[in-house]
Design a protein around this ligand. Sequence first.
Ligand code: SF4
Length: 561
Amino acid sequence: MAQREARVPNVDLAPDIRDNLGTRRIPPLRPSLFPDAGVSVQTLTSSRRPEGLVDVLLVNPPTEDGGIWIRSQHRVGRRSRENMIWPQVELAQMAALLAPDYKVEIIDANAERMGWPEFKKLLEEKRPKYYLTQVTAPTLQNDMYGVFLAKSLGARTMAFGTHVTPMTLETMRPFPALDFVLRGEPEITLRELLDRLEDKTPSDPRVRKMLAETSHLQTRRMGKEVISDRFPVPAEESPFASILGLAWRRGDEIVINPDRPFIPDLNDLPIPLHELLPLDKQRMPMIKGPFTFIVTSRGCPAGCKYCIKHVTYQNTVRVRSAENIVEELEYLKRLGIHNIHMYADLFTVNRDHVVELCNLIIERGLKIRWTCNSRVDYVDEEMLRLMGQAGCWMISWGIESANEMILKRARKGYKKEQAFLALRWAKAAGIKNWGYFIIGLPGETEESIRETIDYAKELPLDIALFHIAAPYPGTPFFYEVVENNWFRPGTKWEEVDMDQSTVLDYENLTAEQLEYWQRRATWEWSMRPGPIFTFLKGLNSWAGFKSAMSVGWQMLQFARG
Ligand code: SF4
C-alpha cells in the first residue's frame, strides 16, 4: 500500500478511487484470436431439422421484378414477353429419378407468382436438406439469392443449366453459397451425388442402368489426337472426386470433374412426375386450360451458330420411342391434361419417328391438342397433314432472317422459298404458324432488318416474335463476338437476354439501334388487320380474354419502348 500510494499523483481523490487506480494497468498487447462460431452454427442448423421434412427441393425461384421468366435445362433463359409460363418438366423428370428413394418436392415460384418474402417463408417451413435451382444468365444474381437463403438454413446447394455449365467457375467463384454445379445433362449426376451423400442405391433398375452407362471416362478424337478424360483429383481424397459432370469445392479450390457421357437411351428415363408441377398455372398464348410439355427428343443435327444446343446436347440426337411418348401422353390424360407441347430442340428431326408417333396417337384415339417446333427444311406436305390429323394445331418455326447471306453465315442455311412452302402446307393442314425472328446476327444492316420485317409480313404467320441476337456463353456465336470485340464495353453475363436488351455493339449497328429495330419490327408486324384479328379471336372466353389482353398490353408496351 505504501508503494502504490507513492505512484498516485498528488490529486484530491476519494480514498476508494485512489485505491482502484492502482489496479487499472494497461495489459501488454496480446496476439489476436477471434472466435469462430460458424462450425457450431452449421451443426446446429442441420441437427435442428425435424424428421419428415423434404429431402430434396427442386426449385424454379422467384424473379427479382416479379416478371415471368423462362428457365430451362434444354434451352436458354429469357424473359417471357408472350406471358408464357414454361412448365418445369425437367424438375419433374429429376423428381421421378429420385422418387421413391428420396422425399422430393418442386416449387415453381414463377408459375405460382410467388415473391421472395413468400418463398423465404416456404423455405423455412420445408427446410430442405438439398436445394437444386434452375438458373439463367439474366437472372443469375437473383437465382443465387435463393441459394444463399437455402444455405443459411443448412441445405447443400446445387445449380444446373445452360449458363452454369459453360460458366462454372464464373458462377461458383462469386457465389460461395453454391456448393455444387451439375454440368451438362444433370439428372444422373444429381442422382449419383445424392446417393454418395446419403449412402443409397437406386431402387429402380433403369436408374441403375443409366448410372452404369454414364459413369465411365470418355475418349474423344480431336483431329488426329485421341484424348482421354482424367479425373483432376484422386478419388480417395473425396467422395465427390469420381462423380462425372460434377463441379465441387475442395476447401478454397473449385474442382471440375470430367464430363458425364450423355444418357444413351432416353426411354430409360422414368416418366416425369408432372403431378408435382402447378399444372393449372402453366400457360401458353392461345391455349385454354391446363397444358404441359413432353420432351420427345434431345439434340439437333443442324449447326446454327447462336443455338444453345452447342452447349446442351452438342452434335448428339436422341429420340424417345413413339410408344414411350404415348405412354406419357396417356398418363397426362389421366391427370386431365389434353394440351401438350412436344418439347424438343427439333421435333421433326426424324420423319419416321414423327410419322410413327402421329399414327400411334390416331390409332389409340388420343384426343389431344398439341404444338411443336420445326425447321422449314425438315417437313413435307404429307407429314404436316398427318401431324394435323393427330392433333397438332400450331408449329413454332425458327425463321430468323430474310437475308440468305445472314442465314448462311449463321449456319442456319435454308432457302426462303422453303419457308413459304412449309408454312402454306401447315396452314392447309389446319396448323397455325408461329414465327421466331432474330435481329442482329452477324452481317446485319438496317436494310437487312427492313427485309426481314417485310418478309415476316408476307409469310402466312399467326404470331411473330422478334428477338435480338444473344451471344450465350459456349455457343460459336459467343466466341465470334469475343474475337471480334462486339461485346459492348462493361457487359455483364447477366445482361445476355435475347428479349429485353442487347449486349452487342457492331460497327454499323449499336445496341440502341438494334433495340429500336426490334421494337419497330414488333409494332409493324402486330399493327395489321391479320394479327389484330388473331388477337381478338383470343377474347372468346374469360381465360382467353385475360391472356390475350395481358400479352397484347405487354407487346404494346414493349413495342413503344
Ligand atoms: S435448328 Fe433449331 S435446334 Fe437446331 S441448331 Fe438450329 S436453332 Fe438449334
